[in-house]
Design a protein around this ligand. Sequence first.
Ligand code: B4P
Length: 193
Amino acid sequence: MLNLILFGPPGSGKGTQASRLVEKYNLKHLSTGDLLRGEVAAQTELGIEAKKKMDAGDLVPDEVVIGMISNALDNNAASVEGFIFDGFPRTTAQAKALDELLSKKGLQIDKLLSLHVSEDEIVGRLLKRAKDQGRLDDTEEVIRNRMKVYRESTSIVADYYADQYKLADIQGEGEMDKITENLCSQIDLIASS
Ligand code: B4P
């Protein structure tokens, strides 16, 4: 099993790169953003509550996203060659919960791939996405709040994995193909070690 975390600020390209990597390595893509948007679209109780947080650029409560990931692991662990976690964990509490969920299945995280993108580039990308796709969490005010939440609550998650020698830093600006190539080089190092 190969279990990876794609990490980085909002709009750093986690979703974009994850969909390329799942094909190449035959992994299951678990995006908490996508799972939450599914709940919102289906107008479930969870989705209605989560929407308020998402529209403001705030994090959805830990127990909600941990519960979603726990269900997704139970439903898929037997049938895939590994997982790419995209947008999860976003807090240290989520990281610790993920370790526990995986260890109950005899699994562990192999590497956290951290995409580095400047704030100006992020704002530009997300405003462009807002024009193309119209996501409600892509106004400039909400994007700035999402960046603040990232700096204050999420960026430290990388330290949690650095302490376990599992952190790989990747330049997230530039040609998408080049970024994919750099991610693959890091993943191939795991396979060959
Ligand atoms: P996410 O869905 O995770 O949203 P994201 O950070 O915007 O996505 P990503 O980094 O994947 O960017 P993308 O590839 O789309 O989260 C949304 C919300 O859900 C959060 O704010 C929070 O409220 C909630 N949530 C999710 N997970 C949670 C958790 N674990 N705990 C609590 N709350 C949670 O790329 C963005 C754009 O850039 C795209 O338009 C893409 O085409 C473009 N792009 C990508 N790579 C590029 C490149 N190299 N050059 C130019 N453009 C590029």
